[in-house]
Design a protein around this ligand. Structure first.
Ligand code: ATP
Length: 245
């Protein structure tokens, strides 16, 4: 589904991502983990076109994404959410979703789409993320967890085949965290999507990922099944300061 091939990015001489290579298979739930500042968000921004790579290439289903602007990357089938909330805070939940759908229609150049179809799609997305009862609420006044649900709906409005979530549970209460992961996994399975995500909570990572890549100082130091990664001595050194006994 997604191939990241030797991608590199430096900021004023500091290499944040260094020749990172990883492969995400169709339908995989793939976690990218690493300590603070390891380069996870930079890697995501390189994949989604929010940053331009100095070297390397990203391919989605064999097609080159490198060099495309973010909206073209979305059109290729990739949806994302950000670490910081990115919804239209002064608008209602429903209006937010309608904007997401209009953006997709513009990309697909289907201006003639009947209004009732958009209404139906809006209702469906509201149902999917569990916000039908809050559809008239002002987005910015909802709880943090609900705003993240809305963000997920906005990402889904583009009908992605792969979803990139950058720390989806950051800043959430334990209850919100459980609900968020349950929702994401349900949507991913229902829609047959591939998921690439970053996360600091190792219970979540080892609970849902079927493949894990570990970034350290911008380099992928391990990639594999959860048991392989857990047993990797370099990974243990990064996380524990020494290999586990
Ligand atoms: N625009 C930028 N200009 C300069 N340095 C940057 C920029 N973006 C990121 N960096 C640096 O690159 C390194 C990697 O940052 P990045 O945000 O990708 O790490 P991260 O793994 O996502 O961290 P966290 O887990 O804390 O979110 C950090 O040292 C950061 O300070």
């Amino acid at each position: 589904m997604l191939e990241v091939d030797g991608i590199t990015k430096s900021f004023a001489g500091f290499t944040a991502v260094n020749k990172a290579t990883l492969t995400v298979g169709v339908g995989q739930v793939h976690a990218v983990i690493g300590p603070n500042g390891a380069g996870k968000s930079t890697l995501f921004n390189l994949i989604t076109g929010h940053l331009t790579a100095d070297a390397g290439e990203v391919r989605l289903e064999g097609k080159r994404l490198t060099g495309l602007p973010p909206h073209a990357v979305v059109r290729s089938g990739l949806g994302r959410s950000f670490q910081r909330i990115s919804v239209f805070s002064k608008m209602s939940v429903r209006e937010n979703i309608q904007i997401g759908l209009v953006a997709r229609e513009r990309e697909e150049l289907c201006f003639w789409r009947p209004l009732r179809d958009r209404r139906r799609d809006t209702d469906e997305l509201l149902e999917t993320v569990g916000l039908i009862d809050e559809q008239n609420a002002t987005a910015g006044q909802m709880s943090y967890g609900k705003q993240k649900q809305l963000e997920l709906a906005l990402a889904l409005a583009g009908q992605p085949r792969i979803l990139l979530l950058d720390e989806p549970t950051a800043g959430m209460s334990p209850r919100e965290t459980d609900e968020c992961i349950e929702l994401v996994m349900r949507v991913v399975k229902e829609r047959g999507m591939t998921l690439l995500f970053t996360e600091h909570d190792m219970n979540i990572v080892f609970g849902i990922a079927d493949r894990i890549s570990v970034l350290h100082h911008g380099e992928i130091i391990a990639s594999g099944a959860p048991e392989e990664v857990r047993a990797n001595t370099s990974v243990q050194e990064v996380y524990l300061g020494r290999p586990a006994r």
